[in-house]
Ligand binder design. Structure first.
Ligand code: PGA
Length: 233
């Protein structure tokens, strides 16, 4: 099964999210692809409601490791579940780059979300400098060292230099990284970084690439649905 997840980042408040999700319900989506959207926290409830009764899952973009407490600005797995959210992203490179997320905090967030019964897409990936220094495999292994195999865990390989830049990893680069990841952790691995309708099929063609985490191109229903169709196995 292929999984295509749309990471909306800090786009789409509740009104826009509801409009998008109602349009996605009507879109031509393939039966053999699992489709997920990841709205911002404030748009989760609207998205869950708009997608009720469909197979399309709603994921958050982050989740704290404690159930509740004095953690201003954070949201717990239990709170997400109360909303009917199915899973969460954890450790996106923007969280690591701009908000001080570390391998240790990623590990804690993933564990807590899985323990609470949420599905998790945990993100890993090297920067351009790390790739140029030949450190890609070491970086991936270090980032994966905090994770354990779990039926509800998926890893997303997102080379930081390919996110939002229009630079996509070549299928060869993506395959090599996916094989490294799968050798360490036996879970499905998504590719992320400038996935578009016109490059999705080529990327998804390899058996080590189990789907995609899509940013910019997931913000438009037609382009997101086109990626889902291009990714069918
Ligand atoms: P992009 O983002 O598709 O816009 O490159 C991917 C991501 O950050 O998940």
């Amino acid at each position: 099964m292929t999984l295509i997840a749309g990471n909306w980042k800090m786009f789409k408040g509740p009104v826009e999210a509801g409009t998008f999700c109602r349009a996605l319900r009507e879109a031509d989506l393939p039966d053999d692809v699992d489709v997920v959207v990841c709205p911002p926290f404030v748009s989760l409830a609207e998205s869950v409601q708009a997608l009720a009764g469909t197979e399309i899952g709603v994921f958050a973009q982050n989740c704290h490791w404690e159930n509740e407490g004095a953690f201003t600005g954070e949201v717990s797995a239990a709170m997400l579940q109360e909303l009917g959210v199915y899973g969460t992203l954890v450790g996106h490179s923007e969280r690591r780059q701009y908000f001080g997320e570390t391998d240790e905090t990623v590990g804690k967030r993933v564990r807590a979300a899985l323990d609470a019964g949420l599905h998790v897409i945990a993100c890993v990936g090297e920067t351009e400098a790390e790739r140029e220094a030949g450190e890609t495999d070491d970086v991936l292994r270090r980032q994966l060292s905090v994770l354990e195999p779990d039926d509800n865990l998926v890893v997303a390989y997102e080379p930081v230099w390919a996110i939002g830049t229009g630079k996509t990893a070549t299928p060869e680069i993506a395959r090599a990284a996916h094989e490294t990841i799968k050798a360490v952790l036996d879970v499905p691995v998504l590719y992320g970084g400038s996935v578009k309708p016109d490059n999705a099929a080529e990327l998804m063609a390899h058996h080590a690439i189990d789907g995609a985490l899509v940013g910019g191109a997931s913000l438009d229903v037609d382009s997101f649905a086109a990626i889902c169709r291009a990714s069918r196995s």
